[in-house]
Design a protein around this ligand. Structure first.
Ligand code: UD1
Ligand code: UDP
Length: 351
């Protein structure tokens, strides 16, 4: 089987690491890096730490408007798909890199497989919701992380070739946790802290929301450790909020995956608008306060491990102050063998 895997942004490197490992040896995988993320701390460090193969193609598209970024990826991807004639194009999650590859595959005669299919926040103002919906509706093979996502797809009329695989991010997490066991992050953080990440457009493109989140950090009862995405640093500086942010939280550069996982595990609570981090908090038994009105990872909320608070200062402060570990933790997204399931199913479904 010839697989063309397309990645471009930080969370996709974490997801692809698990599947790529399973593919190697038995199959031919060509990895495409679109270049959506290009700063070393958002890209290169993940390739090194997670032993991802060197990309066969690096498109180097960089940052731009949605239309320009997506179109530039598509131009390059179309040429690669034409030249390489893969048996299947494999995409992850809900970024512009995902959508670009999905559209190209759908308009060629190549099968398209989507990992993390069937997730919905039902918030169309988030670019990720657009990307994931369109990608699902272009896909030939859909890997849902849980039963709920499979049912969501059925409600939208997609019921063929949908497979519940579990979450590949959990696979990667299990592997790194084994490797990390007992090691220190090397970061200077307090004994007790809240770990925060903020980068979604809804929070960073809106000064009021970002300010409200920073105000919440300044009112918390424990210090906040805040590895900031470059987008957020730029926004804080543009809005004149940088000094307030650095007073309210220990703002640091993005950290490596291993460091981040250790920070999540040791935090009293996570406050985030990330998709992946909501799940990682759940896997690592750390309560999560999500700085959004909606989430696609609804099971974490239903299980009591995740609270949706949006960007309002008092709601964030209250939720973090009262965050506790719920009494029980169900198995939501598999047991760490999602990548193996995905590769086995691809072997059956790809022709
Ligand atoms: C993207 C995804 C988002 C995902 C996130 C993971 C889309 C629409 N968004 O958001 O779903 O949660 O990645 O982190 O695909 N920048 C840098 N260096 C980089 C990359 C970006 O400084 O290496 C800055 C640039 O100013 C850029 C901004 O971040 O304009 C936004 O980058 P972009 O890739 O468009 O979206 P993300 O916010 O990273
Ligand atoms: N992550 C990391 N270092 C950081 C922040 C996040 O390694 O400083 C990892 C995190 O463990 C998770 C992934 O990046 O695996 C999540 O990416 P992000 O929050 O940027 O994207 P989203 O999941 O929201 O699409």
């Amino acid at each position: 089987m010839n697989v063309l895997s397309v990645v471009g942004a930080r969370p996709q490197f974490v997801k692809a690491a698990a599947v790529s490992q399973q593919l190697r040896g038995a199959h031919d995988e060509l990895l495409v890096h679109t270049g959506q993320h290009y700063d070393p701390e958002l890209s290169e460090v993940f390739f090194e730490e997670l032993a991802l193969p060197e990309p066969a193609f690096h498109l180097g598209v960089g940052s731009d408007s949605h239309a320009t970024q997506t179109a530039e990826m598509m131009l390059e991807l179309e040429r690669i798909v034409d030249d390489e004639s893969p048996d299947v194009v494999l995409v992850y999650g809900d970024t512009n890199s995902t959508l670009a590859a999905a559209l190209v595959a759908a308009k060629s005669s190549t099968q398209l497989a989507h990992v993390e299919a069937g997730l919905r926040s039902y918030d169309w103002s988030m670019p990720e919701e657009v990307n994931r919906r369109l990608t699902d509706h272009c896909s030939d093979i859909l890997f849902a992380p849980g039963q709920h996502a499979k049912e969501t797809l059925a409600q939208e009329g997609i019921s063929e070739n949908v497979f519940v695989s579990g979450d590949v991010m959990y696979d990667t997490l299990v592997q790194i946790s084994d490797r990390l066991h007992g090691t220190e992050t090397g970061l200077d953080v307090p004994d007790e802290y809240v770990l925060a990440t903020v980068h979604r457009a809804k929070n960073t493109d809106d000064r009021d929301r970002l300010e409200s989140i920073i105000d919440a950090f300044s009112q918390l009862h424990v210090p906040v450790v805040f590895p900031a995405h470059p987008r957020t640093v730029t926004a804080l500086q543009e809005y004149g909020l940088w000094d307030r942010a650095t007073e309210a939280a220990r703002v640091i550069d993005p950290v490596t995956y291993g460091q981040f996982i250790t920070l999540v595990e040791d935090a009293v609570c996570v406050a985030t608008d990330s998709g992946g981090v909501q799940k990682e908090a759940f896997y690592l038994d750390t309560p999560c306060v999500t700085l959004r009105e909606t989430t696609e990872w609804v099971e974490t909320v239903d299980a009591g491990w995740n609270t949706l608070v949006g960007a309002e200062t008092s709601r964030i402060v209250d939720a973090v102050r009262t965050a506790v570990d719920p009494p029980a933790k169900p198995e939501l997204y598999g047991n760490g063998n999602a990548a193996a399931r995905i590769v086995e199913q691809l072997e059956r479904s790809v022709h």
